[in-house]
Design a protein around this ligand. Structure first.
Ligand code: IFM
Length: 410
């Protein structure tokens, strides 16, 4: 359906989430017991630079929350770090659980509803040594960790994300097998590892049960990376086949969940033989992805088509890596236009969380700056960008802007 509304804005639906997202490893610093920390210090891994202190948000989270709340955001998605909470198999750190509980309380005290992600790409070293997600007992170990997070999530947390971008994890596992390096686009030709896919789906189900056992009122879901596969002429079937193992099976696995997180940044054009390169004249962002603000609209509609009616959609990540903050405002303007159009067309979109609150460690490099807030790498001083002021203000008006352009469905 092509949307034709001429309204310049639409009101946020009741209870709409309006926030920004982060992930522990990307902002906290010194996540020394994690697999990623080990990889960053392994010359064979050829990682451009290690995360080291990151944004020192482990110590500065209060300042970060002050800024977000002051800007007008009402929701903050952050992750808790398994490698800190369970640094050795079966040993749970009371101090780290208390740390994350303080963060939940700190968010609530500032009027920010915390959305907690339990796993965002990093695992404890001991879990990787066991063989990771496909090792025997991996699902039970994850579920035990989730149960141990009860003190963090039991009260005051409305939304919990079990596993972030399971499809990217499965693609990375496939890449590790073939020696390919799809990171960070995950849109390459690598086939996701099927055993990892199965294990992650089982882990998600077990984690969902564990969260519901802690508090049945918590809304549980997982967050899927949407690469916005768009068919070139004659490539409808190839596109559907391409999307299925990389995206659709993970969306289908969310049927019956309380929500699904939709995460998108750019698009991937698919021809009869698979992905085709982005045209030379396309504008690119600092990740080399095509500048394509309409991605989120396609991602929402594709997710709704696959999952079917009933499951609420929340945009849990959306944004752009750029050094030109005015381009970030343009990107968010275009993206929100698509979100508004999707809502007007009847999609049950319940929130929008931008990626990311801070310029942070983009899995191997600090160069791609996704943040609404800049961070000085030496002093850790935070500087609010104009895009943060602009986006935060919409939280106060509770209106999503519309430019009345027809949405670019696929
Ligand atoms: O930084 C990542 C995040 O960790 C997961 N989703 C995509 C973001 C941008 O690449």
């Amino acid at each position: 359906m092509t949307h034709t509304s001429t309204r310049s804005s639409i009101p946020f639906p009741e209870g709409f989430l309006w926030g920004a997202s982060t992930a522990a490893h990307q902002i906290e610093g010194n996540n020394v017991n994690s697999d990623w920390w080990r990889r960053e210090h392994d010359p064979a891994a050829k990682i451009e630079e290690p995360s080291l202190d990151a944004c020192d948000s482990y110590h500065r989270w209060e300042q970060d929350m002050d800024l977000l709340a002051g800007l007008g955001f009402t929701d903050y998605r952050f992750s808790v770090e398994w490698a800190r909470i369970e640094p050795a198999r079966g040993s749970f750190s009371r101090a780290e659980l208390a740390h994350y509980r303080r963060m939940v309380d700190g968010a609530l005290a500032r009027g920010l509803r915390p959305m907690v992600t339990l796993h965002h790409f990093t695992v404890p070293r001991w879990f990787e040594d066991l063989g990771g997600w496909t090792a025997e007992g991996a699902v039970e170990l994850f579920a035990r960790y989730v149960g141990a997070c009860a003190p963090i999530i039991a009260d005051g947390v409305r939304h919990v994300c079990t596993i972030n971008e399971p499809n990217v994890i499965a693609i990375l596992a496939g890449a590790a097998r073939t020696d390919d390096q799809p990171w960070p686009t995950a849109g390459g030709t690598v086939t996701p590892d099927e055993d990892t896919t199965r294990a992650l789906i089982a882990a998600h189900r077990a984690a969902t049960e564990a969260v519901r056992a802690v508090n049945p009122d918590i809304k549980v879901g997982w967050t899927v990376a949407n690469q916005v596969y768009q068919a070139l002429p004659g490539a409808q079937e190839a596109t559907a086949a391409y999307s299925r193992p990389r995206e659709d099976v993970f969306i289908e696995a969310a049927r019956g969940d309380d929500f699904i997180g939709v995460q998108s940044y750019t698009r991937t054009l698919i021809g009869p033989d698979g992905p085709v390169p982005t045209p030379d004249d396309a504008e690119r962002t600092l990740t080399r992805w095509e500048y394509y603000p309409a991605a989120v609209g396609h991602a929402l509609r594709h997710t709704a088509d696959i999952i079917g009616p009933g499951t609420p959609l929340i945009v849990t990540e959306n944004g752009i890596a750029t050094a030109d903050d005015s381009r970030r405002v343009d990107y968010y303007t275009g993206a929100l236009d698509q979100v508004a159009a999707a809502i007007e067309d009847g999609l049950n979109v319940q929130g929008y969380l931008a990626w990311s609150a801070l310029d942070n460690y983009e899995w191997g490099s600090y160069r791609p700056t996704f943040g609404l807030i800049a961070v000085d790498p030496v002093t850790f001083e935070r500087t609010v960008k104009p895009s943060a002021v602009w986006l935060g203000r919409l939280g106060r008006t509770r209106q999503l802007p519309r430019t009345a352009a027809p949405h670019t469905g696929s």
